[in-house]
Design a protein around this ligand. Structure first.
Ligand SMILES: NC(=O)c1ccc[n+]([C@@H]2O[C@H](COP(=O)([O-])OP(=O)(O)OC[C@H]3O[C@@H](n4cnc5c(N)ncnc54)[C@H](O)[C@@H]3O)[C@@H](O)[C@H]2O)c1
Length: 224
């Protein structure tokens, strides 16, 4: 059994993660940290082997540092924060625990990023439209920023422009539209429920302890 605590446990994603962990035979939910539950990360850390963080952009970095300090592996789904201090810190002194950061845990979104990177090698121009529910704090989304980064690296172009839409009724959606002489190509992914992220989150929880590097970004590294 892997002992798992969830930071942001009262949030939309955190609640779904708690249910998924409780439903997995090889995982045990040992803590729910969230100011809304009057429970802090420090309180739940001693019982955990892995922390899953779905909090806010201004909390994720500090939470990850607390986990690493305690020797607890951490899976970060929170978006909209700069992870470079974690990467630099891991390079400077090898931490006792690992970090996996993924802007999107849905397998379809990982494939969308892969296909968009492939198309970027062949099509002249592209733009990204990302659409999310109107309570999302960050824009552009972490998925759109990561897609743009991967496309620029694959295609050798400037990163594509990103347009952000925030509306009630949406969950998490993205279109990458390519244009070239007399043709367009659209690659689209839709997460229509938060359950779409759970297989990826559980895979990350099971694998974070045996990563090849102390800090890994992107679920794709666990799928190949
Ligand atoms: N990686 C992915 O696949 C993926 C998918 C969906 C959402 N997200 C991201 O996950 C994050 C959470 O999204 P959400 O919709 O669940 O937000 P939410 O606002 O519903 O939940 C966030 C929760 O974190 C709690 N929180 C804030 N600071 C905390 C701290 N220091 N310690 C513990 N808990 C704390 C809040 O009280 C809140 O309950 C966002 O950054 C969002 O962009 C990522």
């Amino acid at each position: 059994m892997i002992r798992v605590a969830v930071a942001g446990a009262a949030g939309r994603m955190g609640e779904t993660v708690c249910e998924a962990v409780q439903g997995a035979e090889d995982l045990e939910l040992v803590g729910r940290a969230d100011p809304l539950l009057q429970s802090s990360l420090e309180e739940v850390l001693p019982d955990a082997e892995v922390v899953v963080d779905f909090t806010q952009p201004d909390s994720a970095l500090e939470n990850a540092r607390a986990c690493l300090h305690a020797g607890v592996d951490v899976v970060i789904g929170t978006t909209g924060f700069d992870p470079s201090p974690l990467i630099d810190g891991a390079a400077a002194e090898r931490p006792r625990a690992n970090v996996l950061i993924a802007p999107n845990f849905a397998i379809g979104a990982v494939l969308m990023m892969r296909f968009a990177s492939e198309a970027a090698k062949h099509m002249a121009k592209a733009e990204i439209i990302e659409l999310h529910h109107d309570r999302k704090l960050d824009a552009p989304s972490g998925t759109a920023a990561r897609t743009a980064e991967l496309m620029a690296a694959a295609g050798g172009h400037e990163p594509p422009a990103i347009h952000s839409v925030r509306l009630p009724g949406l969950v998490a959606h993205q279109e990458v539209i390519f244009g070239d002489l007399g043709q367009t190509l659209t690659i689209r992914h839709d997460s229509i429920s938060r359950e779409s992220f759970m297989p990826g989150v559980l895979l990350a929880v099971r694998r974070v302890g045996s990563l090849p590097e102390p800090v890994v970004i992107g679920l794709e590294s666990l799928l190949s």
